[in-house]
Design a protein around this ligand. Structure first.
Ligand code: ZN
Ligand code: ZN
Length: 408
C-alpha cells in the first residue's frame, strides 16, 4: 500500500500539476488527510519545489462555525484569507486541492448562511478564481478517503474496512496499481481524450440535443468558435497539467441564452455539505425557470440564487456511460468522481472555451455568449439510454451519443 500511495502522490505532483523546479506549491486538504499530504510534499520537494504551503480544513470545525458562529462572519472574508489565495495565485504557485469531505458535513445548517458565505468568498476570491478558470497557474483536484465519507459510500462497512474499500476504489479510478507506472498510463489515457475532443472541435456544432427516458429533453446552444477541452490543460505560460485526477470528460462552454427544455439529474449532488437528490431543472432562454428536488430543495434554490449567472449553464461535459469509474457502479457522493462517471453540466461560470477566450475580459466573454458567475457547480445527467444529437450550422443532425456512449 505504501508504494501505491507514493506513486499516487507522485502522479498528482508530476502529471496533475507538472510542478516546475523553484515553483511554490499550495496544498489545501482536510487535516484528516495529513499523512497523504506529507507524501505529496515530499514528492514536490523531490522535484525542487521552492516551498510547500498548506491550508488545512476540518469538517467538524466548519460545521461548528456554520451552526454556532456569529452571523456577521458569513458576509465577510478576512483580508489575510483573500490575500492568501490572490497572492499565491498571482505568483503562479501550483495548487493541489484534496476534496474529501463528509457529503453531509453541513446537514442541518441554515442554507442562508451557506449562500451568504459563498457570495462573500466568491467576491473576495474573484481574482484567484479567474486565474484558475483561465489556467494562469496549474491546479489539480484529487481525493483521498476520510472516514465519514468512506462509510457513506460503503454503508455496510465500518471503520478501517470502509476506508480500505474507498482507497481501493480511488486508486483504481486514478490508475494506480502495484505494477506499472501510473504516469505512463495517464499519458496514454490523455491521448484518447484528446482524440475525442479533436473530433468534436472539427464538427463545431451549433447545438446539442439531449434525450433520455428519465424525461430529459434539452437543447443546448453552442457559441461560435467554441472548443472542447479534455485530457489536460495548458497554463498561459505553456505548461501542461491535468486539473482533475481522475478525469474522463471532454468539456466545453454552452451558449448562455440558448438552453431550452428540461434536464433530469441522474445522480445525487453534494452541494456544500448537503445532498440534493431526485432533481430536475427547466430552462427557458438559458435561465432555470423551474427547479424541483425530491431532497434538498432549499439547498438547490439557494445555489440557484447565489447570483444572476448561477441559474445559467457554464459547462457541458461528455463522459461515456461505459467508462472506468461508471463501471465500478459506486456512487461516490463526491463530484470529482461522480462527474467523471457521467455526462454532466455545470451551473455558473463558464471556462473560456472559445478562441482567444483566456485573453478576453469578462465583458468580451459575455458578449461572445459565455456565462459569468461567482459559482460553478457540476451536476450529473448521464444515463445508459442518453442520446445526444449534434446539430450543425447547416441543420444536419449527427449522432454524438447513442445509448449512453459516444457514437463515434
Ligand atoms: Zn466537468
Ligand atoms: Zn465543472
Amino acid at each position: 500500500m505504501d508504494v501505491k500511495l507514493k506513486k499516487y502522490a507522485r502522479l498528482l505532483i508530476e502529471t496533475g500539476l507538472n510542478l516546475q523546479k523553484g515553483q511554490t506549491l499550495v496544498i489545501s486538504a482536510p487535516v484528516d488527510c495529513a499523512s497523504f499530504v506529507r507524501l505529496c510534499a515530499s514528492a514536490a520537494y523531490d522535484l525542487g519545489c521552492r516551498e510547500v504551503v498548506t491550508r488545512w480544513g476540518d469538517d467538524f470545525l466548519t460545521r461548528e462555525k456554520y451552526l454556532r458562529g456569529d452571523s456577521a462572519i458569513f458576509d465577510e472574508v478576512p483580508e489575510w484569507l483573500s490575500r492568501f489565495h490572490n497572492d499565491y495565485s498571482e505568483g503562479g504557485a501550483a495548487w493541489l486541492s484534496i476534496h474529501a469531505s463528509d457529503p453531509e458535513a453541513l446537514k442541518g445548517v441554515d442554507p442562508e448562511r451557506l449562500r451568504r458565505s459563498s457570495i462573500a468568498s466568491g467576491k473576495a476570491l474573484e481574482p484567484f478564481r479567474r486565474r484558475q478558470m483561465t489556467n494562469f497557474f496549474p491546479w489539480c483536484v484529487a481525493s483521498v478517503p476520510t472516514l465519514a465519507w468512506a462509510e457513506k459510500v460503503f454503508p455496510d462497512l465500518k471503520g478501517e474496512a470502509a476506508m480500505n474499500a474507498l482507497w481501493e476504489a480511488i486508486l483504481k479510478a486514478v490508475r494506480v496499481t502495484d505494477e506499472g507506472d501510473p504516469i505512463r498510463l495517464w499519458e496514454e489515457h490523455r491521448r484518447k481524450l484528446t482524440e475525442r475532443k479533436n473530433k468534436l472541435n472539427a464538427w463545431q456544432f451549433k447545438a446539442l440535443r439531449y434525450k433520455n427516458s428519465l424525461g430529459t429533453d434539452l437543447t443546448v446552444g453552442m457559441p461560435k468558435n467554441h472548443f472542447w477541452e479534455g485530457g489536460g490543460e495548458t497554463t498561459l505560460g505553456g505548461i501542461d497539467f491535468c486539473a482533475n485526477i481522475p478525469t474522463e470528460e471532454v468539456f466545453s462552454a454552452p451558449k448562455r441564452d440558448e438552453v431550452n427544455g428540461v434536464v433530469f439529474a441522474s445522480k445525487p449532488l453534494v452541494l456544500g455539505g448537503n445532498i440534493v437528490d431526485g432533481f430536475r431543472l427547466e430552462f427557458k432562454d438559458g435561465r432555470v425557470v423551474k427547479a424541483y428536488a425530491e431532497t434538498g430543495q432549499e439547498f438547490l434554490d439557494s445555489q440557484l440564487s447565489v447570483d444572476e449567472g448561477a441559474a445559467y449553464l457554464g459547462e457541458v461535459a461528455l463522459v461515456p456511460f461505459d467508462s472506468p469509474i461508471s463501471n465500478t457502479g459506486i456512487l461516490f457522493y463526491n463530484t470529482l468522481f461522480d462527474e467523471n462517471a457521467s455526462c454532466h453540466f455545470a451551473l455558473g461560470e463558464a471556462y473560456p472555451c472559445i478562441e482567444n477566450g483566456a485573453k478576453m475580459s469578462k465583458e468580451e466573454l459575455k458578449a461572445a455568449g459565455l456565462n459569468d458567475s461567482i459559482t460553478h457547480v457540476d451536476f450529473m445527467v448521464g444515463t445508459p439510454d442518453l442520446s445526444i444529437t449534434g446539430i450543425t450550422w447547416e441543420e444536419e443532425e449527427v449522432p454524438v451519443f447513442v445509448n449512453g456512449n459516444f457514437a463515434y
